[in-house]
Structures are given as structure tokens and as C-alpha cells.
Design a protein around this ligand. Sequence first.
Ligand SMILES: Nc1ncnc2c1ncn2[C@@H]1O[C@H](COP(=O)(O)OP(=O)(O)O)[C@@H](O)[C@H]1O
Ligand SMILES: [Mg+2]
Length: 217
Amino acid sequence: MIVLIGAEKGGVGKSTISSNLAVHLAHQGIDVVLVDTDGQATCARFIERREEGGIRPSVPCVQRTGDVAATLRDLSKRYQVIVVDAGGRDSREMRSAMAVANLLLTPTRASQADLETLPKVNELVSLARGLNPDLKAFAVLSMAPSNPAIREVEDARELLSQFEQLELADTVIRDRKVYRDALLGGHGVVEMTNSQARAEIQLLAQEFFEIDAPVSK
Ligand SMILES: Nc1ncnc2c1ncn2[C@@H]1O[C@H](COP(=O)(O)OP(=O)(O)O)[C@@H](O)[C@H]1O
Ligand SMILES: [Mg+2]
């Protein structure tokens, strides 16, 4: 299964969600590989820190740029789950990955400026489905205010209902310092003590992966 984490905007949590999903799936005994297609190499450096720290399980990471479709197809023969961190914007990496992915997750903050980039993603999904009709595509609210009194999340849900090609994931990833600390330390939040962040990543994985019965290679 090829899962693409991509968005029209930088700084929305793509690398954070990619790295956390990969680490969580690895803990579930799933054969997972992280593919970093972003020149900024956030995920590749995360994995380096993980290896330097001797943190287990180790998660393989591959760096590729340009047209990544063939690489992803090839990896999908060898791994159960391929988590692809797409570089920013409407990149070649994002477009080529969308042609072969099973699932696109688009992190977005619940702010107007971020939500305004979703029509573009919606259009890209529409194009990609011409080649890849089975592509599933969901927006994931990311870095949402952790204060439940703030209505931003509900407002975003309403606004998102108008995009034909994009559904909204049930799981919301909230703004929590532990996500920053974990990324810097080479850990997934499932390896940290913050139970709320841990639960968010577990719920996100449960929503999109059948991880109850991991299959061996
Ligand atoms: N849910 C979150 N809560 C707190 N900080 C976050 C969260 N998601 C991402 N961040 C931080 O925001 C910054 C950008 O996140 P990143 O995952 O690198 O975004 P992108 O890959 O989309 O550019 C990083 O410093 C990261 O640690
Ligand atoms: Mg990134």
C-alpha cells in the first residue's frame, strides 16, 4: 500500500505525519519504508537521528526526487506499506506519486489561508484519478488548536464538505509540543509519554490501515 502525504503548502505537518505513521506502523510489526521526496530531507534526517540514537525498531528510509512512480511501484513489491513524504507544492514528486498511490493524506491547518489551498489539491486529485481511479484522498486537520473551546475545527469541517474529490479524515492532529520534540529527537510520538498525541497517531493509523493482524513478509 502506497500512502502519500502531500499538500500545496509547506509547514503543515507533512513530515511530522509521515514520520509518525511510519514509526507507529513499524511498532505494529508492519514492514514499512519511508520515502523522502523533499529536498529539505526532514524525514531522512529524522531517520538518521533515530539511527544515531539506536532507537528501535529501525525504519528504512529512501530519498528520491523527480519522477518517483517507478521507485514506488518497485518498493511496493518489497514492503507492506510505503509512506511517501511529498515535497512542497505542486511538485513533480507529488504528481508522479499520486499516479501510483493508494491513498493521499493532505494535512491542512484549520486556518483560512491553509484551507484556501485545498481547491488546488482537489484539482490535482481529480487529474490523478484519470490515471489512478482507485486513489483515495483525505484531508487531515493538522496542528489544530488543542483548546476545544476554539471552533476552528468545526468551521473547517463545514468548509471541507464542499470539495468533491477530498473527504475529511475523522482523526484530528492537534498542535502539541511533543510533536516537535519527538521529531527533533528521532522518536515517534508513540514512543513518548504524551498519551494524547500517541492516541492521535494510533487513531489515524486505525482509520486508514488494517493493523490488527500484521502480516509477515
Ligand atoms: N501537530 C503538531 N504540533 C506541534 N508542532 C507541529 C505539529 N506538526 C508539525 N509541527 C511542527 O511544525 C513544523 C513544520 O512541520 P513539518 O512536519 O516539517 O511540516 P511540512 O513537512 O509540511 O513542511 C515543524 O517544526 C514541526 O515540528
Ligand atoms: Mg516536510
